[in-house]
Design a protein around this ligand. Structure first.
Ligand code: FRU
Length: 914
């Protein structure tokens, strides 16, 4: 739409611009006029009459250039007119010759050239306008001759240039004078400056002259003035040329008696313009356009003057009217333009009106759409609100259920713990094998209770149901007290653990129960992530002037990734590099507890981690009902601290003798307690090996166990990767693998099966199921063994259902077969060919086939020999050598040991029975 508006605007503007040009429909005629002299009245009259004439034709554009008596200037000006491509060129030439080339140039270019008043020495021009100057000279001479009966002498004052009027006026005068006997003598002078003229008069005998004939009225007046000044004016009679009106004009001088007569010489300005117009319009015109001349003397000067004055008045009137017309025209154009502008504005207003209507309609439509969208949004918002409410209700219900359940847990747990305590008391000192199991149960019950307490705290914080109970506490002593349990652990792990304060007497209001949890949380984190021989410190810094105390908890542990610092205090967050057991709410609770004290907690991590708890030391932050007497404080019923190092204290029972014939199990588990539990339980039936995951693969290759039990979340390589590697490697591919993990989701299960695991058990697991699963896996392996050992040759032929193990056996058999006749072929060489160590080969074959490798090779040879005895006619020695026995005797002994009869009797019995 804005494009449309722009378009309308431009159309209007253009139409205004074009319509403002009054000469739109008339073709403009450009006329250039070169005037040779510009000072005298006659020339001014010529220019004026041209301009008046021009004003009658609105389409004529007249430009006048004044050459100021300079021929060079006049030539240049004509050149400019040529360049401007004027339609008609009018020239009043200064002289006859030097001007010719430029006039011919214009003429040759096709520009019509009109000469006015003066002629040139060429006929290459279009027309001439002017009076006949020979006739002027003749008229003056005839007048002088007619005015006397006596013979007279004439002083002729000529023009100074070689223009055609100068020459012709003199010529005409002389022609008549020669004819007229009355004119005796003519003396011609050229220079007409008054001083010179005066000098000339001095040299001449004035009485000698009767008449002075001047080239024009100006010269005639000067001549009269000089004679008058000398007192000679009365003796002379003066005749001029031009017959101009005005005070100094020839007509006035005649009336004043200064001149006898003057020849009216018309300028021809108006005629030249008329002619130019006609030429431009293509009319046929005459080349020579002669203007009439008249003699003005005492008899007609008055009439002439009156006529002139009349003409002048008319001329002025005409000019006034023209001016009025011009003004009217201007007014017309202004009004016309105003009208057009008004029309254009009207058009714009109309367009805007249309646009407004259109816009209003669009806005209305958009409004309707908006209202609809609004309604939808409101509806959706209401829906979301009700869903949110629903979610909140259900969440609250779940949380209430969960909180209730957690509370419910506490009672049975407490009962379990107190029962345990009494059993423990009973058994204390005895050598009961259940003591270590009791320890495990006790510790884990406490752990469970702490977790439940944390969860309940979390819930209370969420519900804002915490009611602080603060009491005056000595911060340094409080810190010492809480740290006592941790000092034990520090000593055991050679961790430097210090508490220092810049004000050991500082007392402030604390909810000891809550702050105790904060301390416990921060310190147990520090101990969890600080390696043995590390450093942990609590530094209390009191800022008296700020009424603030900062408690710094620093450790030299693994630190926290920078990008995770922000999220550290969010509930259920666990840092990337944290592979320890953690609920993820401890730090969140700590922050909430600190904030309940109007304090704040920050964390920094450079080398190790630093938590800074800032607390206000003034009392005004707490309401009076929050403050209790220090004596009424219930000491925190804190569950004793447990450390991984202590969890690992579960006594590791080492079976006295590891029997080579016992099945072996590799337990890959990083939770020390669980791994020891499994070790102790399974160790009763099997040979067990433990790995925390860091060296699981190496151990598997080394030990070639009969079963591997593997956790998934392990430091270093994860369980999937361990399982996959084991199943891909020839040495270990046969080992049944059990994944034992807390990850119970479908994806993890699938991933486990894909990695080749034979069984996927999730925690908490039933030990009975585990042990039964191990038994089943071992039983299946036994069945396979039986199958493999009894189908040695079948495996080679029937590879239809081959698996890794069958392929291995088949490959092994082929290697043995290829070296049958080589009695030097040893187990070492075989292992080398298989690219494994002798021990690994031994263990693999033992696991797969239940035999040691030499037994297996021997069995293979004997089986083959047996087939040869049955199916070929080779003699005993031949069969012995063909199957790699060093002597027939050794073959016979071995054969008899395995099958109960010697090769000879075996063949005999066979043939007899056939
Ligand atoms: C003016 C004038 C006139 C004369 C004409 C001849 O410059 O001298 O007086 O008639 O020129 O060209």
């Amino acid at each position: 739409m804005s494009g449309l508006l722009k378009y309308i605007g431009s159309i209007c503007l253009l139409s205004i611009i074009f319509s403002c040009n009054p000469k739109k429909d008339n073709e403009v005629i450009k006329i250039g006029f070169s005037q040779c002299i510009s000072t005298d009245q006659w020339r001014k009259d010529m220019n004026h009459s041209m301009m008046v004439q021009t004003s009658l034709y609105p389409n004529i554009n007249l430009k006048i250039s004044e050459a100021d008596r300079s021929i060079e200037k006049q030539i240049d000006q004509i050149e400019s007119f040529i360049n401007e491509e004027v339609d008609v060129l009018i020239v009043s030439p200064l002289e006859t010759k030097r001007i010719v080339p430029v006039i011919e140039k214009a003429y040759n270019k096709g520009i019509p050239v009109i000469l006015i008043d003066r002629k040139i020495d060429s006929d290459k021009y279009t027309a001439f306008v002017g009076a006949d100057n020979i006739a002027v000279g003749r008229m003056a001479a005839s007048y002088i001759a007619a005015s006397t009966k006596n013979s007279i002498n004439v002083l002729e004052i000529k023009g100074t240039d070689n223009s055609s009027p100068t020459l012709e006026r003199s010529l005409g005068f002389h022609q008549v004078a020669e004819r007229e006997s009355k004119i005796n003598k003519i003396v011609s002078i050229e220079d007409y400056s008054d001083q010179k003229f005066a000098n000339v008069l001095d040299t001449l005998d004035v009485t000698d002259f009767d008449y002075v004939y001047s080239f024009n009225d100006i010269l005639a007046r000067w001549a009269w003035q000089v004679a008058e000044n000398k007192g000679l004016a009365d003796q002379l009679k003066f005749v001029g040329v031009d017959g101009l009106v005005g005070p100094d004009g020839g007509i006035n001088m005649v009336l004043e008696g200064k001149l006898e007569a003057t020849v009216l010489y018309p300028t021809g300005g108006a005629e030249a313009i008329k002619l130019a117009r006609r030429i431009h319009e293509g009319e046929k015109i005459q080349k020579n356009n002669s203007l009439n001349i008249t003699l003005i003397d005492k008899l007609n000067a008055d009439i002439m003057k009156n006529q002139y004055e009349k003409i002048s008045e008319q001329q002025e009137e005409l000019e006034r009217q023209l001016e009025a017309i011009d003004i009217q025209e201007q007014k017309y154009y202004v009004q016309n333009n105003l009208l057009k502008v008004a029309m254009a504005l009207l058009a714009i207003i109309l367009s805007l009106a249309i646009y407004s209507i259109y816009s209003i309609r669009i806005i209305r439509r958009k409004n309707r759409e908006l209202q609809l969208t609004n309604k939808k949004v409101i509806h959706q918002r209401n829906q979301i609100e009700s869903i949110a409410e629903e979610v909140k209700r259900s969440n609250d219900a779940k949380m209430n259920f969960f909180t209730g359940l957690s509370h419910e847990f506490k009672t049975p747990l407490t009962l379990i713990m107190s029962s345990l305590e009494s059993i423990h008391m009973e058994l204390k000192g005895s050598k009961s094998k259940y003591l270590s199991d009791l320890d495990v149960i006790s510790r884990n019950s406490k752990r469970l209770l702490r977790l439940i307490n944390n969860l309940l705290d979390f819930r209370r914080i969420e519900d804002e149901k915490f009611n602080l109970k603060v009491s005056k506490t000595n911060l340094y002593e409080f810190s010492q007290k809480i740290s006592r349990d941790f000092k034990r652990e520090a000593k055991k792990r050679s961790i430097k653990f210090n508490i220092e304060s810049n004000n050991e007497d500082l007392m402030l209001l604390l909810d000891r129960n809550l702050m105790d949890k904060v301390y416990f949380n921060l310190l147990s984190n520090a101990f969890k992530f600080t390696p043995d021989h590390g450093e942990i410190a609590i530094k209390i810094k009191y800022f008296n002037e700020d009424d603030r105390v900062d408690i710094h908890f620093t450790d030299s542990g693994i630190g926290i990734p920078k990008d995770e610092m922000e999220q550290l205090f969010k509930p259920f967050f666990k840092a990337r590099n944290n592979n320890k057991n953690s609920s993820g709410i401890g730090l969140n609770l700590s922050r909430q507890f600190v904030e309940l004290h109007n304090g704040k907690i920050e964390v920094h991590s450079h080398h190790g981690t630093e938590f800074i708890v800032s607390l206000p030391t003034t009392d005004e932050h707490f309401s009076s009902d929050q403050v209790i007497d220090a004596n009424d404080v219930e000491e925190p019923s804190y569950l004793e601290v447990q450390f991984e190092s202590e969890l690992g204290n579960t006594e590791l029972l080492v079976p006295e003798d590891k029997d080579d014939n016992q099945y072996s199990i590799l337990i890959v588990e990083d939770n020390l307690e669980l791994s020891r539990f499994l070790n102790n339980k399974l160790g009763m039936h099997y040979k067990t090996y433990l790995s925390d995951g860091t060296n699981a693969i190496e151990q598997a290759f080394e030990l070639i166990p009969d079963i591997i039990i593997c956790d998934l979340n392990l430091p270093g390589k994860g369980g999937f990767e361990i399982c996959d590697t084991i199943k891909q490697d020839l040495r270990t591919s046969h080992i049944p693998t059990i994944i034992l993990t807390a990850l119970g989701d479908k994806e993890s299960y699938l991933k486990g099966i894909e990695s080749g695991a034979d069984l996927y058990l999730t925690k908490p697991f039933s030990y009975a199921i585990l042990i039964q699963s191990i038994k089943s896996l071992l039983y299946n392996r036994e069945k396979l063994r039986y199958y493999y050992t009894n189908n040695l040759f079948k495996l080679e032929k029937d590879n239809k259902f081959s698996n890794n193990e069958q392929e291995f056996i088949s490959y092994l058999n082929n290697l043995i077969k290829a070296h049958l006749d080589d009695s030097d072929f040893s187990v070492e060489k075989l292992a080398e060919e298989l690219n494994i160590s002798r021990v690994q080969l031994y263990r693999k074959v033992k696991a797969l086939l239940g035999l040691n490798i030499s037994e297996y090779i021997n069995n293979y040879k004997l089986e083959r020999a047996k087939i040869m005895l049955e199916e070929t006619n080779f003699n005993i020695s031949e069969i012995a050598y063909k199957n790699g026995f060093s002597t027939p005797n050794y073959f016979s002994t071995s054969f008899k040991n395995k099958y109960g009869s010697s090769p000879v009797s075996f063949r005999k019995d066979l043939r007899n029975s056939n």
